[in-house]
Design a protein around this ligand. Structure first.
Ligand code: MG
Length: 157
């Protein structure tokens, strides 16, 4: 069994779509990024890659490469899951925390779990999506950024 940890953050700005956990969430601001800015998927990708000893998301999908411009991060996660399987591992479980001041993510949690567990070929019970505010502290608390953490375990097939 191997453990992986991932972190990602993105600035929030008007005129961008807010996509988290593969789900588009209606809100006045969205993530500023080269891709679609799905910080939750990016944190999960880094956790999975780290667990398998496969470096990080930036080395596999550089933000200087135009083929990843505005890319749907669900595609990146699919590619990462393929890499994990190719290394002879299966995903055991994923736990995540997203920190965002607004909007409330509770109404989208089930859809995120369905979307992500399907891509990762695991059951919904093998993953968790937790969300909280930053109690108005710093840029996250001011509503100007989102931060996501993910931990996973993988094991040999
Ligand atoms: Mg990112």
């Amino acid at each position: 069994m191997r453990i992986g940890f991932g972190y990602d953050s993105h600035r929030l700005a008007e005129g961008r779509k807010l996509v988290l956990g593969g789900v588009e969430i209606p809100f006045e601001k969205g993530c500023v990024a080269h891709s679609d800015g799905d910080a939750l998927i990016h944190a999960i990708c880094d956790a999975l890659l780290g667990a398998a000893g496969l470096s990080d998301i930036g080395s596999h999908f550089p933000d200087t490469d135009n083929q990843y411009k505005d890319i749907d991060s669900r595609i990146l996660l699919e590619k990462v899951v393929q890499l994990i399987h190719n290394q002879g591992y299966k995903i055991n479980n994923i736990d995540t925390t997203t920190i965002i001041e607004k909007p409330k993510l509770a109404d989208f949690r089930e859809q995120m779990i369905q979307t992500l567990s399907t891509i990762m070929q695991i059951s919904p019970s093998q993953m968790a999506i937790k969300a909280k505010t930053n109690e108005k502290l710093d840029a996250v608390g001011a509503g100007d950024a989102v931060v996501c953490y993910a931990v996973c375990t993988i094991e040999n097939i």
